[in-house]
Ligand binder design. Sequence first.
Ligand SMILES: [Zn+2]
Ligand SMILES: [Zn+2]
Length: 333
Amino acid sequence: MTASSAICSVSRTLDIVADPWTFLVLREAWFGVRRFEEFRRLLGMPRGTLSARLAHLCGNDMLCRRRYQTNPDRSEYRLTPKSADLYPSMLVLMHWGDRWRAESSGPPLLLRHNVCAHQCHADVVCSECREPVPIVSVRYGPGPGAGFESVAPLPRMRRSSKPENFLRHRDCSVARTMQIVGDRWTYLIMREAYFGEHRFHRVQHNLGISANTLSNRLHRLCKEGIFERRSYSLNPKRFEYRFTEKGRELYAAMIALMRWGDRWLAGDAGAPLRLRHRKCGHDFHALVVCSECRAPIQMGEMSYKHRSGVQSRDDESTAKAGDNAEQLAAGEA
Ligand SMILES: [Zn+2]
Ligand SMILES: [Zn+2]
């Protein structure tokens, strides 16, 4: 089924990174992995699958291939400015996953901001006034790149990935979050709710989605505690779907991903959507900052500590995360 939907930078972003294998390759690259065999060993991926994902990431300018040895020829894969710029948004997804989807043992990774030397998490603020931007404080308008595009089927590569693959190799709160928002219809349904559409038939009409698919995704979103179902009519029986606190908090990650998509995927057309912060009255974009010193977070400024304090051999690559990143001593947790 082909549907059309408002052009959206988050949707474009998820089209690139929400495939579980693609996401995992990129995540390991953020952790400092560069070589084919290392990706393969860490992720247990078949060679062909890994080659396809690396090609996909290179084709989207998320990785670039550099030869580091001749005879025999060997190449490694490096982050680009585009993929490095996505990293702060991933920390926002991580924070949400830590808060809402971590197991009873707590967040798998503790983050430290090397600039201020505090343990921290990523927060999202208004680029203009630097205040938080909860969902109710944002008004929308069409941006220069507004319009509609078809929700075309994704390439086959995508469908061969199973959501459970997200949890390979590392216990990771970003992966847990992607398990929910990485599904395209799920994301589009949540987006309708961010825009104030809470009713089944309205969402179905706006997205051109089949009733079956919509029911299935709504059921899952309720089960995950993102939406709650409320009755608004008894005769006939009708329900609407409202965000829970857990769902509302995911908004920060959405506007962080939107900012990245606006910057890197919107092209000359410009941002499809304009966000205005009611509190300060300015058009704004999401800015990812350190929860402690409130400075914007950049790739390479973070170090990690595993909560368990155990560094497995597979996590050697962690030490390479970011050229300036300092690896915290293991075993403190
Ligand atoms: Zn503001
Ligand atoms: Zn800081």
